[in-house]
Design a binder for this molecule. Structure first.
Ligand code: GCW
Length: 660
C-alpha cells in the first residue's frame, strides 16, 4: 500500500505539466464549466487587447468575478493598472487597454503562486517606458551568440506563413510586461530595410500588436549606399537624409506603430558616421529627425572600442561623454552594463551618470555568451540588479543606474531598458530550462526594478515547476547561488575576459595570437607575470578609475578599499598580497576556483534529490546540463590555476582538490 502511494506521488506532479518546457511559465490550467458559470469577467470596451485580457481570465481565472475598466483619465497609470476589491468583485482599472492585459497576467500570476487576493489593493506602473528584447538574429536564420537553436523568425516563410510560435512568443513577453522587440542582429544586414523584408516585418508586427508589443529594427548605417545606390552614407549629406526620410515613411506605411531603430555604429567593423568624419550625434540625430514625425526612437549603442593604446574599458566614455547635450530628444544611448562586455562580473559602465543631458538605457545580455552558453545554470537577476542598484554618485547619493535610466529629463524623452535575448526555436525556447528564468527576470525587473531576485525566482519556480516548499526552497537557493558560483569557477576577484578566442565558451588565459588584436587576447586583461596579476586601472596604470565619480574613484583606486570582487579589474596585485580572509592572493584565487566547483556539485545533488517533483524529460535535461556545467567548472579551475601557477610559482593549498 505504501509503495503504491509512493508511486502515485511520483506520477501526479509529472502528469500535470508538458514535458518539454515549451509552455514556459504559462502553465495555467483551464477553468472548468462550473467555475466559468460561477464567475463573470466583465469588460465594457471593445478593443482587441482588452478582449484578450478578458479571454485570458475567462479561460484561466478561477477566483472572484472581475470587472475590467478603462479609464483614460488616470494618466499616471500609463501602461499600468489598479486592482481593488469591490464587494465580492475585483475591479481592474487601466488607462490603456494593454494595462488591462498586464493586470490579467498579474492576477493569473497571483493565482499560480497561491497568493491571497481577498484584500487586494494594488497599483502598478512600469518603471521603464520601453522594455525591449534585442534579438541578434540574422536573416539566414542563425543567431549571433544564440544557444537555443535557429532563429524563431522564419524569414523565408514570411509574410505568407505565420508560425504559431510568433503569437506564443508575444504572449510570453506580454505576461511579464515586455512591450518591444528588435527583430534583427545589431550587426545588421541592410537587406532588412528592403520592401520584401518590410512585408515580412509587418506580418510579425501584426501578430505582436495585440499583445502590446512594438517592433524595432537594427539599421545598418550604410543602407543608403548599399540599398539606395548613393555614393556614400554621410549623415550630413542631403541625399542621405532624404533617403532615410523616405525609408522611414515607407516603414510607417507598413507598420504604423513601428518603434524605431537600434544602431551599432563604428564598432567592431560596422559602418557609422565616423567613416565620414562625423560624430555619433550626427549619425543618431539624422535618424532621429526622420523618425520624429511618427514618434519613433533611436537607440544608439555606446559599445565602441578600437585596438588603440587606450584601455578598452575607457573608450565608450571617451567617445560619448563629450557629446552630452548634442543628441535629439528621441535618441537614447544604449549602454552595456559593464565597460568590457557582459562578463561574469564587471563594475558598472561609468558612462551612466556622466551624460546628464542625454537619455541613457542599459543593455543587458540574457543569452549567456560569457556564462557557459545554454549549458550552465546561471540565474541572472542578481547580476542585473547589481548594475541597476549600482551607486554612480553622479547626482549625489541615491544616483543609482536605475534612478538615472528611469528618470527622463522632461520633454518627450522616453525611458528604456533592453537585453539581448536567449530565445531560439528550441522546444524549451532558451536551450536550458533555467534560461527561461532569465528571460522572465528581465521582464519583471524592467517592470519593477525593486523586485528582489529571490521573489522573482520564487514566482518563476511556482509557475514553471511547482510551488511545493520542498522543491521551491532548494531550487531558489540554487538559483541565488549560481551567479557567484560561475564567477568563482570562471573569473573570481575581478578577473575578466580570459575566454577562449572568439567563441567565448571555455578558458584560454594563455591565449595570445601573433599579430592578432591585443584587445581580443586574454593576456591583455589579466596581465599575469611573476610580480602579480590584474589590470592596473589606477592612476599609475590606465587610470580608468578616473571615469568614476568620487567617492568611487578613490575607493576603486585604492588597493585596500577596492571591493575584493573587483580587485583584479582595477589593480595589478602581488601574488603574496594579503586578502581579507588572511590568505595570500594566490591562495585566495585557488580557494575561489575550488569553491566554484564545489558549489556546482552541490547543484547536482540538489537537483537529483528533487526528481519526484519534475517531469522526467525536464528532470533529465537539467540533470545532464548540470553534469556539463560541473565538468566545465573543473576545466576552468584546472586551466586557470595551472596557467597562473607558472607565474605565481606557489603551490595549490593541500586542502584543495588537485588539478586533474
Ligand atoms: O559581445 C560582443 C559579441 C559580438 C556582439 C558584440 C556587440 C553583436 O561577441 O558577437 O556582436 O559584442 O554587442 O555588438
Amino acid at each position: 500500500m505504501r509503495k503504491l502511494f509512493f508511486l502515485l506521488t511520483l506520477l501526479i506532479p509529472r502528469a500535470l505539466y508538458a514535458a518539454d518546457g515549451s509552455e514556459l511559465w504559462l502553465r495555467y490550467k483551464p477553468v472548468d464549466a462550473e467555475v466559468a458559470q460561477r464567475r463573470t469577467i466583465r469588460l465594457q470596451v471593445n478593443n482587441e487587447i482588452a478582449q484578450l485580457a478578458k479571454k485570458e481570465l475567462d479561460s484561466y481565472w478561477s477566483g472572484s468575478p472581475v470587472e475590467l475598466r478603462l479609464d483614460r483619465s488616470v494618466k499616471r497609470l500609463k501602461e499600468g493598472y489598479q486592482i481593488k476589491r469591490r464587494g465580492s468583485d475585483l475591479l481592474v482599472t487601466a488607462a490603456k487597454p494593454v494595462g488591462l492585459l498586464y493586470a490579467a497576467y498579474h492576477l493569473l500570476r497571483l493565482q499560480e503562486v497561491g497568493a491571497d487576493v481577498q484584500n487586494i489593493d494594488i497599483e502598478e506602473v512600469p518603471d521603464f517606458d520601453i522594455r525591449i528584447l534585442n534579438h541578434w538574429d540574422n536573416l539566414d536564420g542563425t543567431v549571433e551568440r544564440g544557444y537555443a537553436g535557429y532563429s524563431l523568425w522564419k524569414w523565408d516563410d514570411l509574410p505568407k506563413k505565420i508560425s504559431p510560435r510568433y503569437e506564443r512568443y508575444a504572449r510570453a513577453n506580454a505576461s511579464i510586461g515586455i512591450n518591444a522587440t528588435v527583430l534583427n542582429n545589431v550587426n545588421a544586414s541592410p537587406q532588412i530595410l528592403t520592401p520584401d523584408y518590410l512585408e515580412k516585418v509587418k506580418a510579425l508586427a501584426d501578430v505582436f500588436r495585440k499583445y502590446g508589443i512594438r517592433v524595432y529594427l537594427s539599421a545598418n548605417f550604410s543602407s543608403p549606399k548599399v540599398l539606395g545606390g548613393l555614393a556614400d552614407s554621410d549623415p550630413l549629406r542631403k541625399e542621405v537624409k532624404a533617403w532615410w526620410i523616405a525609408k522611414v515613411d515607407e516603414i510607417y506605411k507598413h507598420i504604423p506603430d513601428f518603434g524605431g531603430f537600434l544602431v551599432k555604429a563604428n564598432s567592431e567593423g560596422q559602418p557609422g558616421p565616423q567613416d565620414y568624419g562625423r560624430t555619433h550625434a550626427d549619425g543618431a540625430n539624422m535618424l532621429a529627425d526622420a523618425l520624429k514625425p511618427y514618434g519613433g526612437t533611436v537607440m544608439w549603442r555606446a559599445f565602441v572600442y578600437n585596438p588603440t593604446q587606450e584601455d578598452r574599458a575607457k573608450q565608450a566614455y571617451q567617445e560619448f561623454v563629450p557629446l552630452d547635450g548634442k543628441f535629439r530628444e528621441n535618441v537614447i544611448i544604449q549602454i552595456k552594463n559593464g565597460p568590457i562586455d557582459f562578463q561574469p562580473r564587471e563594475p558598472f559602465t561609468p558612462v551612466f551618470g556622466a551624460m546628464d543631458k542625454t537619455q541613457q538605457m542599459v543593455e543587458f545580455q540574457i543569452t549567456q555568451e560569457y556564462l557557459g552558453f545554454s549549458n550552465h545554470l546561471v540565474y541572472l537577476a542578481p547580476l542585473f540588479k547589481e548594475t541597476l542598484d549600482a551607486e554612480t554618485f553622479s547626482r549625489g547619493p541615491g544616483s543609482t543606474v536605475a534612478r538615472i535610466t528611469t528618470s527622463s529629463a522632461g520633454g518627450s524623452k522616453k525611458t528604456a531598458i533592453s537585453a539581448v535575448s536567449n530565445i531560439g526555436e528550441d522546444d524549451s525556447w532558451t536551450g536550458h530550462h533555467f534560461g527561461q528564468a532569465n528571460w522572465y527576470a528581465f521582464g519583471r525587473l524592467a517592470w519593477n526594478h525593486q523586485l528582489t531576485s529571490e521573489d522573482i525566482a520564487e514566482e518563476w519556480i511556482c509557475q514553471t515547476f511547482t510551488g511545493a516548499t520542498a522543491f521551491r526552497e532548494p531550487v531558489r537557493q540554487m538559483m541565488m547561488d549560481s551567479r557567484e558560483a560561475v564567477v568563482d569557477y570562471m573569473m573570481p576577484l575581478g578577473l575578466h575576459h580570459i575566454f577562449a578566442f572568439d567563441h567565448h565558451y571555455g578558458p584560454e588565459p594563455w591565449g595570445d595570437m601573433e599579430g592578432g588584436r591585443p584587445d581580443w587576447m586574454p593576456w591583455y586583461y589579466h596581465n599575469a607575470d611573476t610580480t602579480g596579476i590584474g589590470f592596473n586601472r589606477t592612476k599609475s596604470g590606465s587610470n580608468a578609475v578616473s571615469q568614476y565619480k568620487e567617492p568611487l574613484q578613490t575607493a576603486y583606486g585604492n588597493l585596500t578599499t577596492c571591493p575584493e570582487n573587483l580587485l583584479l579589474y582595477f589593480h595589478h596585485v602581488s601574488w603574496s598580497h594579503t586578502m581579507k580572509s588572511g590568505r595570500s592572493l594566490w591562495d585566495e584565487l585557488c580557494f575561489r576556483y575550488d569553491r566554484g566547483v564545489k558549489e556546482v556539485r552541490e547543484f547536482q545533488k540538489t537537483w537529483d534529490r528533487l526528481e519526484s517533483y519534475v517531469d522526467q524529460q525536464r528532470f533529465e535535461e537539467v540533470q545532464s546540463k548540470l553534469k556539463i556545467q560541473t565538468r566545465d567548472a573543473v576545466w576552468w579551475k584546472d586551466a586557470c590555476l595551472l596557467y597562473f601557477q607558472i607565474f605565481a610559482k606557489m603551490p595549490i593549498p593541500y586542502e584543495l582538490e588537485r588539478p586533474i
